[in-house]
Design a protein around this ligand. Sequence first.
Ligand SMILES: Nc1ncnc2c1ncn2[C@@H]1O[C@H](COP(=O)(O)OP(=O)(O)OP(=O)(O)O)[C@@H](O)[C@H]1O
Length: 223
Amino acid sequence: MTSLDSVTSHPVAQQQGTEILLHAQHLSSTRANRLLFRDLELSIPASSVLYVAGPNGSGKSTLLRMLAGLYAPSSGTVSRFATDDNETWQRQTLFIGHKPAVKQALTALDNLQLQAQLDGAQIDDPWQLLETVGLLGLEDIPAQQLSAGQQRRIALTRLWYSRARLWILDEPFTALDQAGINLLQERFAEHCANGGALVLTSHQPLTWQPQQLQTLTLGGGHE
Ligand SMILES: Nc1ncnc2c1ncn2[C@@H]1O[C@H](COP(=O)(O)OP(=O)(O)OP(=O)(O)O)[C@@H](O)[C@H]1O
């Protein structure tokens, strides 16, 4: 069983007046009769990154889904953007799960356009966006004929058109090559520089040094 002692957090030194995009208090989760974490307190200021680490099964995805409002905590509260307004919360939050939500029968271009439509976004030049993520020339191929990393790149196009300020990303680097990881980290840096914030999990260390980084290790792992 995971105990509170096994949760380590290195909070950002918060400056007075810093905007807090998300604040969680006394957050606990028990799944399948197993305590994953308890009494967790988190604040995510604008322009910061929360990196959630820990071994398989330690509760990283569970926590991210809670922060995204997709899964109810066993106890505790999550407040977002200092408002109870659900529409604001939905508009300002982008969650991408660890499996790329890509329609296998559709091409990269069709997937991008469908996803943008679902997100309520207007993309002026989808070919430019496909080029940015390294998929130009592959736009007419059904996703099922693309590699895992190429499918991940389709899912991640959302990060180039999203206007949400808080990105919650579960293992975004999975299946990406080093060039893809670097591209993504550049995008993260840009997002934070523009006042956005990011929560992510990964089984690999960040090779980018965010200006404001908190590390939360679940399940007794080490940083
Ligand atoms: N749908 C589910 N129903 C019941 N229990 C679940 C479910 N999904 C996950 N769990 C339990 O919650 C625990 C934490 O799972 P979670 O996916 O949050 O871990 P994780 O740290 O993200 O793991 P990984 O590194 O393997 O992705 C698991 O050990 C599992 O027992």
